[in-house]
Design a protein around this ligand. Structure first.
Ligand SMILES: *Cc1c(COP(=O)(O)O)cnc(C)c1O
Length: 430
């Protein structure tokens, strides 16, 4: 199977985190997001341990909470000793409402508004990751107005192409994020940051992209980042204490995808960074990483009920389900691959396009997936590896309510986010 938390019984029943998927569909109704809490926690521990062993006590993984954010997720992150990345006041609010400590929140984003800045500074958010000079000056002004100090990192772009899909590539010079090192702009950015009263510059950040499988992407960006740290030390007399290398390790969506051995990659990265620091005369900085997908993706599964099956002779077969682009827009957005399984039986002998119920021809969850030839209305299907960027990207298009998020933990299940009901959909309407 694709992931060790997905199994199938001899009678064909699909199990996720050891629990019967058809039984969960029966109990909670569909469409349904399932999340394997034990897997989320195991992924957090894997990162924490790998970073600590490789880099020492100052290293910390920050969960990139845009991948999947709701209160219970932040509680889990707090319990697992993670930091969190946020990109909006809404994510910060959710984290704080869950009791997540403000000082362990890092605040990202290239379009922070004055209201976001005021709110985050006022709440005592631990660290801003400042994207650009305009934001830097707005933040400095707000910090002085509130009479506080704010720790910051600067987002810079190392000019690395991580060889992933264009929409998720964020490290090259021409992207909208951060300030480029290679043009000299980042040095001026740092100079300006150091001149701001109330702002405490700790170091630098980069994030070169998502779904990274290539071996050397993090080493390549670390090389440029460390070179920039040496340049800042030489030209500005500033020694960065923090190096945040972003997130991005790829996960398996299909059995043919590669498996990234994250602890091994982190160990190799640490060896490289230590060697480069020694060569450049830099003290080893505290290394932060920002995994999103690789914390939650394989902890998720979406379950649907089949509404109809359409055979278009000599052309295509459709399985249409009770969800779609509203709960998983990723194929529509960037042709994301998924593994689809019948939840009640194996025997996948025919090809179908798994389509949603929205009024868009493009509302497709996954084209060309093998399913049993006699699949029919009322049966359940599961889409695997939907823990990242599914619930987080869901919408109410066609006034469809969002599915609930049901957590699976130690053989039990509980609702972490309840189903959005018809009255919820009118809650904002006057
Ligand atoms: C999206 C994002 C991440 C997380 O990326 P994953 O591919 O989900 O690990 C981390 N840092 C930043 C700045 C991001 O934009």
């Amino acid at each position: 199977m694709l992931s060790s938390n997905i199994t199938r019984d001899a009678d064909g029943t699909l199990r996720f985190a050891g629990q019967s998927v058809p039984a969960l569909a029966e109990e909670y109704a569909t469409p349904l997001y399932l999340m394997d809490e034990d897997r989320i926690r195991a992924n957090c521990r894997m990162y924490r341990q790998a970073l600590r062993e490789s880099f020492g006590e100052d290293a910390l993984p920050l969960y990139a909470s845009k991948a999947c954010a709701f209160k219970q997720m932040y509680r889990i992150m707090a319990e697992e000793g993670m930091g969190v990345d946020t990109v909006s006041s809404g994510e910060i609010h959710t984290a704080l409402a869950a009791g997540f400590p403000a000082e362990r929140i890092w605040f990202h984003g290239d379009g922070k508004t004055d209201a976001d800045i005021r709110y985050a500074v006022g709440q005592g958010v631990g660290c801003f990751i400042v994207d650009n000079e305009t934001e830097l000056l707005a933040l400095a002004q707000e910090v002085r107005r509130q009479g506080v100090r704010q720790r910051i990192l600067l987002r810079v772009t190392p000019g690395i192409d991580p060889h992933t899909f264009e929409a998720v590539n964020t490290g090259t010079v021409d992207v909208k994020f951060g300030v480029a090192i290679q043009t000299g702009a980042a040095l001026e950015f740092a100079r300006l940051a150091l001149a701001q009263e109330g702002l405490e510059l700790e170091g630098i950040h980069c994030h070169v992209g998502s779904m990274v499988f290539d071996e050397n992407v993090f080493e390549d960006s670390a090389e440029i980042m460390l070179g920039f740290m040496a340049e800042m030390k030489e030209k500005l007399g500033f020694e960065a204490r923090v190096l945040n290398l972003g997130g991005g390790y790829g996960v398996r969506y299909r059995e043919t995808d590669k498996q990234v051995d994250i602890p091994a990659r982190i160990a190799a990265l640490a060896a490289f960074i230590k060697e480069r620091c020694a060569a450049l005369g830099l003290a080893l900085p505290a290394v932060l990483m920002e995994p999103g997908r690789s914390i939650v993706a394989d902890a998720g599964m979406t379950v649907y009920t089949v509404s109809t099956v359409k055979h278009i002779p000599n052309c295509k077969n459709y399985v249409i389900v009770d969800g779609g682009m509203t709960d998983n827009p990723r194929w529509c957005l960037y042709r994301a691959a998924y593994t689809v399984l019948h939840a009640e039986r194996g025997g996948e002998t025919e090809r179908f396009t798994l389509a949603g119920r929205c009024c868009e021809s493009g509302d497709i969850v996954q084209p060309d997936v093998p399913l049993p030839a006699d699949i029919k209305r009322g049966e359940t299907v599961a889409v695997c590896t939907t823990g990242a960027y599914n619930y987080a990207m869901s919408s109410n298009y066609n006034r469809l309510g969002r599915p609930p998020v049901v957590m699976l933990r130690g053989g039990e299940s509980y609702v972490a986010v309840r189903r959005e009901r018809a009255e919820d959909l009118c809650a904002l309407d006057v």
